[in-house]
Design a protein around this ligand. Structure first.
Ligand SMILES: [Ca+2]
Ligand SMILES: [Ca+2]
Ligand SMILES: [Ca+2]
Length: 152
């Protein structure tokens, strides 16, 4: 019995979800298998009660965790001030594209609201039955299918 993605709209929501989570950025193209594995790990660890379903609360907890890891100086904004002194370039090459992509008011600072808007939209789009949960297996199957069929 398969309960995979049921519609193109759902697949579009899934892609928004995944790209929103930052998995499709940069390195995903260079090493798709590694990216898929990291994604699987993240999704599984986000499922804190291990019931195989990701609730919106579990999902947003993961987003908050990711945001606070970038916001190293804890001022609720992610920007170049958060770069570690000795690893400024690495930090900005990883975080810079996320800021550029999601800084919706273009002030150069990424707030949590800006960071989370798209992934949360994607989550809701992937939640086709409107129960507030998304099956992790369905997400992973879709991811594997994506990497098996290659690009495009
Ligand atoms: Ca769960
Ligand atoms: Ca900050
Ligand atoms: Ca901003």
């Amino acid at each position: 019995m398969k309960s995979l993605l049921k519609s193109a709209a759902n697949a579009a929501g899934l892609m928004a979800l995944l790209s929103g989570m930052g998995f499709m950025a940069n390195r995903a193209y260079a090493e798709p298998a590694g990216a898929a594995n990291r994604m699987a790990e993240s999704l599984q660890s986000a499922d804190t009660n291990k019931d195989g379903l990701l609730t919106e609360a579990e999902f947003t907890a993961m987003l908050q965790d990711r945001f606070s890891r970038m916001d190293r100086n804890r001022d609720q904004q992610v920007n170049s001030k958060d770069a570690p002194r000795l690893a400024q370039q690495q930090f900005m090459s990883r975080v810079g594209p996320v800021i550029a992509e999601r800084d919706s008011n273009k002030d150069g600072n990424l707030t949590y609201a800006e960071f989370s808007a798209r992934p949360i939209q994607g989550f809701r789009a992937a939640d086709t039955d409107g129960r507030g949960t998304v099956e992790i297996n369905a997400l992973l199957a879709a991811i594997n299918e994506k990497s098996a069929t290659g690009s495009n």
